[in-house]
Design a protein around this ligand. Structure first.
Ligand code: ADP
Ligand code: MG
Length: 323
């Protein structure tokens, strides 16, 4: 397997009037990955995706796909890419199959022979001849993904594919993405404003906020980077704080009534809970969190001065020094 990036952006930027929607974005996506592009609403995800699909022109910077500049090889490159931006639009009074036949005819690349395959992939083959208007929202979304898969693209770019779906629809789309990437033949780039979703499907990820890259890397590494946090709700709270502070497993603990924010490894949660209970404390809640989770929650909730943890390398825990 070659490890050269399949998709790369270089200082990719887009300005609308005076405002930068995307600024100096450097992304690297490798073959075979499910790449999660995470950011709160308005972060610049759709704008970036439109530039990746050459639907809008960057103000500055560039995109390389399959190791070639996109702007110089637009047609030949985009034939190898499938995309779903926002909601898929279909003719509601035509069947799913007929809709895909129209898309394939517009492409003019013989992908009409591919229709059964993509319908089967997204689980719509048994209902392919029913009118799209009889479809649930989740089925329409899967049909949108089927459309993106026509012609066997090497890269599929999906903009918030689960947005607006109910839990069952979300599950179906998630399983579909896992199935697609499991085959190994396809690289998936998908955006979301939910960390949990990226965590469940992606192998690598990037976080953007206000048009700028915050961090990118392997999902497992990023989620485990930085010190962990555990939030305890217990009574009496001040006594619990004393006990936690005295534990060698705890790097620091602060009162944030009605709970305590404790810096400690997530894995320490059961031991610390037991310690509290055995000291006669009533424990009402224990919520372990990763640094990235804390950070992402803070930016999603709109905090303006969020501390950006150094997620580039797993921080050596103070608990190690003390052990
Ligand atoms: N066509 C446009 N004209 C002006 N501003 C736009 C346009 N498209 C997006 N923006 C602005 O760019 C920023 C990023 O938007 P967008 O890429 O849609 O974010 P996301 O997809 O992450 O929610 C937002 O502030 C949005 O208002
Ligand atoms: Mg968007």
């Amino acid at each position: 397997m070659d490890d050269a990036p399949l998709l790369q952006t270089f200082e990719l930027s887009k300005r609308y009037r005076k405002r930068w929607a995307v600024r100096d974005l450097n992304l690297t996506v490798r073959r075979g990955e499910v790449f999660g592009f995470l950011g709160p609403n308005g972060a610049g995800k759709s704008t970036t995706i439109r530039m990746l699909l050459s639907l809008i022109k960057p103000t500055a910077g560039r995109v390389e796909l399959f190791a070639k500049p996109l702007h110089r090889n637009r047609a030949s490159t985009l034939r190898r890419v499938g995309g779903l931006v926002e909601r898929a639009d279909f003719y509601l009074y035509l069947s799913a199959r007929r809709n895909l036949e129209i898309v394939a005819a517009l492409r003019g690349d013989g992908s009409g022979n591919d229709i059964d395959r993509v319908l089967d992939l997204v689980g719509l083959l048994p209902r392919a001849d029913e009118k799209v208007k009889t479809y649930s929202h989740g089925m329409k979304q899967r049909l949108g993904i089927a459309q993106a898969l026509l012609g066997k693209p090497e890269l599929v770019i999906l903009d918030e594919p689960t947005s607006g779906l109910d839990p069952q629809g979300i599950k179906e789309v998630r399983e579909l993405i896992q199935r697609l990437s499991g085959s190994g033949a396809i690289t998936v780039f998908l955006s979301s404003h939910l960390l949990s979703e990226i965590e469940q499907t992606a192998t690598s990820m990037a976080i953007i906020n206000q048009g700028k890259l915050i961090v990118q890397g392997r999902v497992t590494e990023l989620l485990n980077a930085g010190p962990g946090m555990i939030r305890f709700e217990a009574r009496p709270l001040d006594r619990a704080l004393e006990i936690l502070k005295a534990s060698p497993l705890v790097a620091g603990a602060v009162m944030a009534a009605p709970h305590i924010e404790c810096t400690a490894r997530r894995e320490s949660a059961p031991l610390l809970t037991r310690l509290l209970v055995e000291s006669g404390i009533d424990v009402h809640a224990v919520v372990p969190r990763r640094t990235l989770e804390e950070y992402f929650l803070a930016i999603t909730e709109g905090a303006s001065d969020v501390y950006i943890p150094d997620l580039s390398s797993p921080a050596p825990g103070p608990w190690e020094a003390r052990a």
